[in-house]
Write a protein that binds this ligand. Structure first.
Ligand SMILES: [Zn+2]
Length: 82
């Protein structure tokens, strides 16, 4: 019908070298996740829990005071850390 447009259909978008961005996002897939279990002990009442390295100790109620120093939830409340 009236769709006969002149030549401007083949507008080549200049030199698009396709196929170079496929290997960027696929590098982190096969990285092995090393999960280590460590025991966190409350420095006040010596209550201990075992957490894995992928866990946040706070989900167990442990409050981190400093490096490798934790209070349990109860002691944290008593000492004002929580
Ligand atoms: Zn405690």
């Amino acid at each position: 019908m009236s769709t006969s447009r002149p030549a401007a259909v083949h507008v080549g978008s200049c030199s698009s070298s396709s196929g170079s961005d496929s290997d960027v996002s696929a590098t982190m897939d096969s990285t092995p996740v090393i999960v280590s279990v460590e025991t966190i002990r409350c420095m006040r009442c010596a209550a201990s829990i075992e957490v894995t390295s992928t866990d946040d100790p706070s989900i167990y109620g442990m409050v981190r005071i400093s490096t490798n120093l934790y209070y349990c939830d109860r002691c944290a409340k008593k000492t004002g850390f929580k």
